[in-house]
Design a protein around this ligand. Structure first.
Ligand SMILES: [Zn+2]
Length: 66
């Protein structure tokens, strides 16, 4: 997990936010082994799980992450 500070729209306050960390080394190896086919999966995983989540209420309406 990766942690940052961000503004949660549901709490209306600055909260600690988290997101699952992506294992880029594993994805790189899989991409090599599958002759670049895994690159598509890597891209989809990055997009789908790239969102930040408020650790207080669990909301994904998080902005201004820093
Ligand atoms: Zn919240």
């Amino acid at each position: 997990m990766e942690y940052r500070s961000g503004f949660c729209a549901v709490c209306g306050a600055q909260r600690k936010v988290e997101r699952p960390g992506t294992n880029h080394v594993l994805h790189l190896l899989l991409t090599i082994f599958t002759c670049m086919l895994w690159l598509v999966v890597w891209f989809l995983v990055s997009v789908q799980f790239g969102g930040w989540r408020c650790t207080f209420c669990g909301s994904r309406r998080v902005s201004r992450v820093r």
